[in-house]
Design a protein around this ligand. Structure first.
Ligand code: SAM
Length: 301
């Protein structure tokens, strides 16, 4: 299996490295939750932010941001995460309506879909992330006496290793349809790890299963270093996303899935901004320019 790269820190929790990005998304979801025109509701999100010393001074409402929606980080970028949450919520709800009863969240971070979505009661949600991130999450949820609406199975593994055995040992059934999300994950992983992940999802899925993932198609990410998004994230909260993203060549995962017989469709986030009439639109030197949301379905042979 692919080894580690210098880009991904071995820090295990949410206090630093790639784990901190889980808190960034949680803060964005907290802000989205409190908007009058909210696209997605996550009442747990602000509690994660408040529980982590690393982000004690981050906002959880847009009113706490001096320049409000004009702030590139807590305005436009947060809205991006709100839109992404909504689009993938809808994808999952459609997938379970079509019959999937197993949901696998790859790089789950502080995702609370098992607690907040109206999933069928016989659904199981597997949350894969590193042990430190899942331990922090559990601590906050336990403190709030939060109860999942469906069976929830934390899967503490590093996706850079061979994780499929742990998932099946914890109850995942490769013979039954499943719905998978890789939301804000793949570009943190080395290319061979992504290829292995896609191969594993294909191997563990039966006809009728689905996968949605986020990709970044930019040839040269560093060309966007001075974009308002990356600059604000670096300067306001000290997260250098371009340093955390893997810098090696990216596989064509949508193409790989198509070659394996999956049907795929690829959208820009802006497609959904237009659909929902809320969210980010293209701007010059745009850090979101290469972002794509891919929806893949494994048909009956
Ligand atoms: N999917 C969540 C969401 O959208 O709220 C979290 C996204 S966060 C940007 C990225 C997540 O991927 C973090 O929780 C991080 O710990 C996880 N992650 C990154 N590399 C990982 C790895 N090698 N193994 C397991 N999880 C990983």
């Amino acid at each position: 299996m692919a080894g580690t790269t210098p880009q991904q820190s071995d820090v295990e929790g949410v206090d630093a490295g790639v784990g901190l990005t889980a808190l960034l998304v949680a803060a964005a979801r907290a802000i989205e939750t409190h908007r009058h025109d909210s696209l997605a509701q996550d009442t747990y999100a602000e509690h994660f932010v408040r529980a982590a010393p690393a982000c004690a001074d981050w906002p959880v409402r847009v009113e706490q941001v001096p320049d409000g929606d004009d702030n590139p980080l807590w305005g436009r970028f947060a809205r991006y995460f709100g839109l992404r949450t909504r689009v993938l919520d809808d994808f999952l709800l459609r997938s379970v309506a079509a019959g999937a009863r197993q949901v696998v969240l790859l790089g789950a971070g502080l995702d609370t879909r098992a607690f907040r979505l109206d999933l069928p009661s016989d659904c199981v949600v597997f949350e894969i992330d590193r042990a430190g991130v899942l331990a922090f999450k559990q601590r906050v949820l336990t403190d709030r006496s939060a109860a999942p609406k469906v069976k929830r199975v934390p899967v503490p593994v590093d996706l850079r290793g061979d994780w499929s055995g742990t998932l099946t040992t914890l109850g995942f059934d490769a013979g039954a349809p499943s719905a998978w999300l890789a939301e804000g994950l793949l570009f943190y992983l080395p290319g061979p790890t992504e290829t292995y992940l896609i191969d594993t999802v294909d191997r563990l899925t039966t006809a009728g299963s689905v996968l949605a993932f986020e990709a970044k198609l930019e040839e040269d990410l560093q060309a966007y270093r001075d974009s308002t998004t990356y600059t604000a994230t670096r300067e306001q909260i000290g997260i250098d996303l371009l340093h955390l993203f893997d810098s090696g060549p990216r596989p064509d995962s949508a193409g790989d899935l198509s070659a394996r017989g999956w049907s795929t469709s690829m959208h820009t986030p802006f497609d959904f901004t237009r659909l929902h009439r809320r969210g980010p639109l293209p701007e010059p030197n745009d850090a979101l320019e290469g972002n794509r949301w891919v929806f893949a379905h494994k048909p009956t042979p």
